[in-house]
Design a protein around this ligand. Sequence first.
Ligand SMILES: CC(C)(COP(=O)(O)OP(=O)(O)OC[C@H]1O[C@@H](n2cnc3c(N)ncnc32)[C@H](O)[C@@H]1OP(=O)(O)O)[C@@H](O)C(=O)NCCC(=O)NCCS
Length: 176
Amino acid sequence: MIHPLAFVDASVTVGEGTVIRQFASVTGGTVLGRDCKVSPFAMLHGSTYGDRVVIGAGVACGPGFLVGSDVHICPQVLLSNDAWPFASKEGFDYGRLQSGDGYAVIIDDGAFIGAGAKIMPGVRVGRGAGIAANAVANRNVPAGMLLRRCGALSPVPVDWAERRMRFARKEAGNTV
Ligand SMILES: CC(C)(COP(=O)(O)OP(=O)(O)OC[C@H]1O[C@@H](n2cnc3c(N)ncnc32)[C@H](O)[C@@H]1OP(=O)(O)O)[C@@H](O)C(=O)NCCC(=O)NCCS
C-alpha cells in the first residue's frame, strides 16, 4: 500500500505487502522487498532493501547501500556513502553507487540500527548485530555483536527481549 501523499517514482520496485506511509519519498531506483514498512518523512533514493525491513521516520538513505531482510532502521538514521562530501563531485562516482556496482554500507539480515545512528562509508553490519542509538559506526560490526555509543563492542545479550520494555513504567507524573 502506498499512501497517496507519499512520493514514489516510476523507477522504484516495491514488493508485495510493502507499506509506504504519507510524506515518504522513495525514488532513484530504490528496490524494496516484500512486507517492508517505510515511515513518514523517510527519504530513500536508490539502494536495495530485503523483505520485512522497517524504515523509521526521517531516515535518510541515498544510493550505495545493500540492506538485508528483517532489518530495523530506527528513526533519523543516516547511512553515508561519501567520505569527503564536498559540493564538488570530483572523484565521486554517483552512477556507480546508483547502479549497485559497489556498496558503501552493507547491513546483513536481522540487524538493527538504533535511532539517530550514523553509519560511515565502508561499514558492514553483520547478521543479527545492533548499533546503539546515536552511535557513530566507523568500523564493521561482526554478526551478533552490539556497537555501543562509546564505540565498544559487546555481544547482543541473549535476554534482549526481556530488556526491551523495562522503560514502560506504570507510574504517572514526574516524581524525580
Ligand atoms: C545499545 C542498547 C541496545 C543497549 O541496551 P542495554 O544493554 O539494555 O542498555 P544498558 O543497560 O547497557 O545501558 C547502560 C547505561 O547506558 C545508557 N545507554 C545505553 N545505550 C545508550 C545510548 N545509545 N545512548 C545513551 N545512553 C545509553 C543507559 O541509559 C544506561 O544508563 P544508566 O546506567 O545510567 O541507567 C540501547 O541502549 C540502545 O541504544 N537501543 C536503541 C534504542 C533505539 O534506538 N530505539 C528506537 C526505537 S524506534
